[in-house]
Design a binder for this molecule. Structure first.
Ligand SMILES: [Mg+2]
Ligand SMILES: [Zn+2]
Length: 278
């Protein structure tokens, strides 16, 4: 396996919509959702909404059917399959829930590409109602300010990297490519190292947060706008990481890298088209 871990957010990254909103809207519960939204945290609200759907006679099968129809750019599953075939270790890191994510990934035939799905736990209770819980049962204590109370993706990323490093022989660290769009993806982007890659969705909240103070992100920032852009950018970065991994002995990685002009390895593509990082 290559020394590359690719971490994907789910909503508006793998699929093109927010799965929570998609389910609520398509089952006709938008109004109730919006009425309850100011009264409780999002994660608690989704568990509550599953209770409301169940009480109104909507089955788990109805929820799954709606999820299978969620818009996805065909280039995204193609990119995921290609990165997997190149030996990358793929993970999902999402503030949706296990049932929603599993249902969508299975439907598109890409569940097997991911070694891990890190998300809010879900289970079906005795009445056939989906229960959704928080990822962190206790306060996570992250001070970044953009993480919801139920999940700090930065803390989860740290654990993923510790586990990945523990399973490695030879190299002690894995190179990370992180893809996401939301506010919750900002905290993990701050924890990436210089040799890692951050792929924020252009024009979405994490992109705006990164642009507010570009110096806070050490990783190279490579924005993307749509599925084709995601595929092209991801596979270019994977290719570059594989070439560098093959060419450089592990202890010299950092030193040599810093002396190599990035543009020359990157097909001349501008790395920071909007001055994200100086
Ligand atoms: Mg998202
Ligand atoms: Zn955090």
């Amino acid at each position: 396996m290559a020394g590359i871990v690719v971490v994907f957010d789910f909503d508006k990254t793998i699929i093109d919509v927010d799965s929570d909103n998609w389910v609520v809207d398509n089952l006709g519960f938008t109004e109730l959702f919006e009425r309850l939204l100011p009264t409780m945290p999002w994660n608690t609200l989704m568990d509550t909404m599953m209770g409301e759907l169940h009480a109104a006679g909507k089955t788990l099968g109805d929820v799954a059917e709606v999820l299978r129809a969620a818009p996805i750019d065909p280039r995204v599953p193609a990119a995921i399959k290609a990165a997997y075939a190149l030996g990358c270790d793929l993970r999902v890191l999402s503030d949706a829930n296990a049932f929603f994510i599993e249902t969508v990934l299975e439907h598109h035939g890409i569940r097997g590409c991911f070694s891990q799905i890190n998300t809010n736990p879900s289970h079906v209770d005795a009445d056939g109602r989906l229960r959704i819980g928080p990822y962190h049962a206790a306060p996570h204590g992250c001070g970044v300010g953009t993480c919801p109370p139920n999940m700090c993706k930065g803390l989860v990323l740290d654990r993923i990297l510790r586990e990945a490093a523990a399973g490695t022989t030879g190299r002690s660290t894995k190179r990370v490519i992180y893809l996401g769009d939301g506010r919750g993806d900002y905290c993990p982007s701050l924890r990436l190292a210089r040799e890692d890659f951050m792929m924020p969705r252009r024009g979405y909240p994490v992109w705006d947060l990164i642009r507010e103070d570009p110096a806070r992100v050490q990783a190279e920032v490579h924005p993307w706008a749509d599925g084709a852009d995601l595929e092209e950018t991801l596979l270019r970065l994977v290719g570059r990481a594989l070439v560098e991994e093959a060419a450089l002995p592990p202890p010299l990685d950092c030193k040599l890298e810093s002396t190599m002009p990035v543009a020359a390895q990157d097909g001349g593509m501008p790395i920071m088209p909007l001055g994200v990082k100086n």
